[in-house]
Write a protein that binds this ligand. Sequence first.
Ligand code: NAP
Length: 493
Amino acid sequence: MDENIRPKSVIVIFGATGDLAKRKLFPSIYNLYKKGKLSENFAVVGLARRPWTDEILRENVEQSIKDAKSTDEDKNLADFVSHFYYRSFDVTNDASYDDLNRLIIDLEGEYQTEGNRLFYLAMAPNFFGLIAKKLKEYGLKETSGWTRLIIEKPFGVNLETAKELNNEIRQAFDENQIYRIDHYLGKEMVQNIEVIRFANGIFEHLWNNQFISNIQITASELLGVEERARYYDESGAARDMLQNHILQMVALLLMEPPINLTTDEIRSEKIKVLRALRKIGPEKVDNYFVRGQYDSGEINGEAVPSYREEDEALAESSTETYVAGKLTIDNYRWAGVPIYVRTGKRLAEKTVNITVQFKDLPMNLYYKSDNERHPNLLSINIQPDAGITLVINANKSGAGSLAEPIELSYNQNEVPGINTPEAYEKLLYDCTIGDATNFTHWDEVALSWEFVDPILEAWSNSKPNFPNYKSGSMGPKEADELLEKDGFHWWDL
Ligand code: NAP
């Protein structure tokens, strides 16, 4: 894909007064503009019910950019915000869509955007199907340029609801016009997984069950549910993190090398991994998965309440704020290699990390004893520090003739001049140039739900003994036992 394309487009944001627009979308569009990745030929239409005006939206956009950059000085800002327009709009009211079409046609004339229209649905998912339908019904897709639809997560709450939503959207938009956001796919180091694997013989030649003993993925948060308690309680960790972000990372880590770097080829390899992911029937879920909910505890020296104390509506909640699991991929390359995953809130640290543990040598004369093995590890750090660490054994000075693990590290945040773009910035740009590689295809969504549904089903049929982990810990002890049974432990790099 040509990185120098400067797209022309009208961007319509449904939910422009909301949190996502303020914290992520406005600053990302601004960064693209500043970096010259968006031409002057663009306009943004913000929609929501609030009786805002163009001026109020512009003030809000300006403020959100200042908040994101924590600086007030920018001569470009006034020019930039002049491209923003607001309409008070209820998505359930048909009359609104005609007005919107007229406004877009006017803006297309004024900004010469060649009929390209990007619709961003930054709203509650129950409106996604309705909006897509109305956009088609009221002729908003009839244009001389392209039309694309960006959809936020969650995409359904199980396979059935995801199918319903998909059917609704597909009646209005083709699969190649639908961009389902998984913002993890916009993260620099998640995109780097493919490069690390397929541009390095030292890893790719060893990337299989002959040389890798297990793979671990950790996505841990310090924060609890904060003000999103009621929303989160409907979702839980398996829906919020496992079904989408974690399974996407699994697919990227385990897929076969694509024959080229096109969207279709990469997606097709990822889909094959998800097809090879062994489904776990509800009766076996307890052997492979652990759920948890945080109790009170301490984070950074401060006392924090339990999940059930966060909001009175959660007082008896059985929603999981933690999930750990062992995944198995039934294909030639990965048979026998456990993939351990864990994610949770109010844990001891905020990190997203992938650790690949290589098999030990059959005999290592440099180990003190059999109990003290230091396997080679490749750790891909996604956040907060984007980087890679390779753990190898060497003879540190003063350590006699024995091997000691040493870490070879590259930390992207420490390289001067590198300013890692926000995931949303990358994804918005990809959408404007028509590159869907880092968005989720429907088949990936469906296969992920097929895997997660039986786990949720098993959990819904039994009452957990919650809370079962202290805030500030790394989760329930059963999650450690899951690996101990196989002779492994979680790495913390
Ligand atoms: P939010 O703050 O609640 O914003 C919802 C927006 O929808 C508001 O602008 C609201 O404005 C508008 N709205 C509600 N009902 C409407 C109607 N009938 N007609 C027109 N506009 C209406 O939600 P959010 O946090 O921005 O999240 C938006 C989407 O992004 C959700 O799907 C969420 O799951 C997803 N998401 C958000 C985040 C995040 O960090 N916030 C992260 C990942 C995914 P009015 O009240 O003025 O109408």
